[in-house]
Design a protein around this ligand. Sequence first.
Ligand SMILES: *Cc1c(COP(=O)(O)O)cnc(C)c1O
Length: 839
Amino acid sequence: MTEQTHETGLASEGTHAEDTPHRRATDDPSRADYWRERILAKLVYQVGKDPEHAEPHDWYVATALAVRDRIVDHWIPATRATYAKPVKRVYYLSLEFLIGRQLRDTAYNLGYVDAVAAALEGLGTDFETVRNLEPDAALGNGGLGRLAACFIETMASLGIAGYGYGIRYDHGLFRQALPDGMQRELPEDWLAYGSPWEFRRPEARYDIGFGGSVAASHDAHHLGAREWKPAETVLAIAYDNPVVGWRGRYVSTLRLWSARSKDPISLEDFNRGDHVGALADRAKAEAISKVLYPSDSTDAGQELRLRQEYFFTSASLQDMIRRHTVNEGYSVYDLPDHVSVQLNDTHPAIAVPELMRLLVDVYEVPWADAWDITRNTLSYTNHTLLPEALETWPVPLMERLLPRHMQIIYLINAFELDRVRDEFGDDGALLSEISLIGEDHGRSVRMGNLAFIGSHRINGVSALHTDLVRETVFSGLNKVHPGRIVNKTNGITFRRWLFQANPGLTSLIREAIGDAFLDDHEALSALTPFADDPAFREKIAAVRRQNKVALAGLVKQRVGLTLDPDALFDVHIKRIHEYKRQLLNILDAVALYDAIRSNPMHDWRPRVKIFAGKAAASYATAKLIIKLSCDVAKMINSDPTVRGFLKIVFLENYNVSLAETLIPATDLSEQISTAGMEASGTGNMKFGLNGALTIGTLDGANVEMRDHVGEDNIYIFGMTAEQVAERRSQGLDMQETIHASRHLSEALDQIATGVFSPDQPDRYSELVNTLTHHDYFMVTADFEAYRAMQVHVGNEWKDKDTWWRKSVLNTARMGWFSADRAIREYADGIWHAKPVDRD
Ligand SMILES: *Cc1c(COP(=O)(O)O)cnc(C)c1O
């Protein structure tokens, strides 16, 4: 079905009539005139613009619509094939999908980038301009949401019948502005011009209830059906975004729910003259899908957040059951044979009592059967061990908002505790640890325990994280359900993060080892011998330099700073969080600044430290860390004695598109979280794949990256997770540690006394005070090891043969971190799902 046609050699999905002489050139989507005709038609008839007067944005919409038609040509047959030869359907429930732009991704997976680009050229514009007009779909905060986006694309690439379910937020993650280095959150408005990718499905709508009461049932049996009479009902309306896989193999559907009021306007109020009050219910209902919660750990106790979670979970389960029963004609008893539901973190954990409610109350399934069906259908991915991010909901809030679910949770809990008591004896500590109800600060429902008990598999996202899940948060549950916790190390889609983001590197690899790796990512290992080929290394270095020149152009344009493309580009981009330790990197920058000034004759090599990342709006320390980076940058960048040996850049508004530009231009990747705190990381994988060398701790998937690339090809430093735990148990006061390091004490002194903040000398005194007396994240304890490793990295950078050899080996050995591998592991080990047969 595929054919290597055009320049990039990527498959265009040929049609059967390809060789017939009667076929018009404009029927062949690998040709520019095909696209020219269709883009013009879209521009005129759907955008309604005269090509003479079209704005650049009109060309973007016309192009996206023309490309979308080709997705539909795959979507409909793919959907038909799934009904004709049923395979297990996989539903991925996630409150976040951090998608980014879709035009290049889609055109690339279908193999049409070159033809579309040529058509646009002929129409007086160009592909880069047009694609850059697409706003990022930023319906997520960071790694968790980006993983969901990688997984939906990957399911389509592998032919798994996958659906993503989430919320169509009117406003995605805030735009970050940094006036004077202080983060300001500006509203994001990705739908201002509408989205050309989505299909509104007004017929796919479900009632979502809140509040009200539960009627006493006729039968006295406490396990029987109940009638929940919600006080309030909100409508969930579907919007479908088809996501096309590699070479058009399959098309997954990302179905996002938008909230609508059942009664758009209260005519009674309106007629009484209360024109604003007439719209109040509508505003309350629609608030549910207005805005993404801008935190990468949970905002505890916010009612609107719980409404969002229940809203999208209930709509998704109702939709899934309708497809299963009405469309496919199966019984709900067979649900686990045909359906798998993956819960991305605890945000959709309310699925456990909601599926029970639907089965028991609506489908009248006996409780015990309903429980088997639920557990065999659901599985849950844990993403964090941070105590503040483990979701709990106050019992009174749950009782008020979801009274029937609260009853069901109590029943599930009672059965579970009874069973454990029977089997393990009356072990009070164990029973209170595994209970669904926490008693700490008022009674609350523990969503992690709920998701665990209601799932047949619970997975961690890296080998180390999974071990820690077993030993810490779920140690009790692991004891009573041995074997339920499994590991599925995260992966990334190589389509977006290598082939599209770094076409120069991709071409070099293809020249060297052929095209097998485009489909089989582990075939990248064929690149290994090229690490010893000086000519190849030179080409790799030249591609990196080109990418750095492009990034330098962007930095010049955005912040007015001139970067030397031959400098070491040292990049630290991710959410700003104490555990991710941007502070450690800043302290090293200050120490390096001091070293350069006190030893100006040393053989320094230019280094550029680049930061980017958003802080949760409510996270004051993270915002202060941004401010400190900017203050330090200002001083260093304007100090003539540094002579360009060190520059610091903080780029505003980190998002997927910025990551796509930064990562291929990176020499050194910063993955320096406090060991034991980063569940996996996926940024680390994107960099390694693109040939950046990693400086990192033994945390998350860094551990497995070391195993794959080899310990000589990665710069690992600092305490292990075990050592961190041990050190914490000795107390968090670090005065001795700081005294022992001249570099560290000097750097901290300067920051504390206002050297970098002359306008407000005490701005960082509290921050430094915390590092000194309560350094939970071990910034000071790891400082010397980090600095020593950074000095070593600087020396290694001087030996270009060694550097580029290691770079090639990183790319060659990252194949395992493909999301294709990760999804195959989920499909085999959790979902038992096979690919759709399309022929
Ligand atoms: C990959 C990615 C992340 C996750 O990065 P980590 O370094 O793993 O925390 C966050 N945001 C964006 C935009 C990404 O592309």
